[in-house]
Design a protein around this ligand. Sequence first.
Ligand SMILES: [Zn+2]
Length: 441
Amino acid sequence: MGQGVRRARKHYNNLLLLIEVDWMLTLSKYSVGVGDRFAHQAKAQLRACMLAADAGVDVIPVWNKSNREHTIIGSEPGSVRAAADAAVKELSWKKPYHVDADHIRLETVDRFLPACDFYTIDVADSIGHPATGDAVTAFANRHPKLTGTLTIPGVSAPFTTTRADVERIAAKYLKAVQDAGAIYRKIATAKGAENFITEVSMDETDAPQTPSELLLILVALADEKIPLQTIAPKFTGRFNKGVDYVGDLKQFEKEFRDDLAVIAFAVKQYGLPATLKLSVHSGSDKFSLYPIMRRAIRDAGAGLHLKTAGTTWLEELIGLAESGADSFGLSVAKEIYAKALTKKDELCAPYATVIDIDPNKLPSAESVNAWTKEQFVSALRHDPETPAFNPSFRQLLHVGFKIAAQMGDRYLNMLRACESAVSRNVTTNLYDRHLKPLFVG
Ligand SMILES: [Zn+2]
């Protein structure tokens, strides 16, 4: 064998090695989580991404459904995959798409393994629990650079962190990171490390994470060798389900921009994947934040994942109501509200940290029963300019999908009967009110 051949073969082997080590399923720069509770709107949702593509912006759909939603509805992750695959095939979508096992933990991940290529590892419950052994001291020793004054390009002010701060933050989050590692390794063993996208979520907790806490969390996740592509922190202010942001917009903007800078820094300094980006949970309907987030991601050249779910189910209800009395869609929508009202506490309990319903603002079942379709739609549709819009009514219906699930085929048949109104509302809501202000134009 000549030297040239040997050299060529060595080069070829190195190339193979490089491909093997470097290939990983990656998430595109802009992506949208499209939850679809009853697995009937995948096409209508995909059409919103097609409208964005027509406008020149790729926003990749990720069909997410949490373990909590599956449990409440009584569905299996395979149904999400089937609906996504069918929509993609029918509409000839040629770009990537994913199926997200949303908010899973070690004990709930198993049934998601065959269907999903995106895993949102939820470690919110582990925050504040003590890490094992001397992990905190070891972490602080391993990262002396985190102590002192740290100037990160793009952050509003340098972080000044003492050794005691590092240990305090590590004590709060290391257990959560260790748990994330255990869940990640379980998925990697089952699926192969390169075949899925990993997100870590900490949003469903009481206190927001500051940008300096986020940095430490990212460093710890890098230590844990988790190839993190999205992270969902809890931001400052209220991210209630299905309604606009409640909080200080200036403060949000500052923290959001700092978070973007921290992520870019952590990618560079700690070897996290270059595709790492923020994931905004309960991300639907945050109309006052989209211009802020849009400017910030453009300025930073950053990507973003916006996760939505219940906003699509609410458009189903709007579509039913719009179809009016003749089709009985309106009466089904009213029936769901009346039942949700009687089961309010039970329905709200799993969502306690992400809803704010004023019981005094909830109309009685009798008065809603007397409403026209216009009245029902204007109370429910998220149009903050409309005086009749009722955020408490909307939030109760947001968590009221269990009622529709209990109706079984009666609800699903009604969805099919009112399909044109439902799908028009689903697409318009997702594109006009979400993708367009956030990503397009
Ligand atoms: Zn979440």
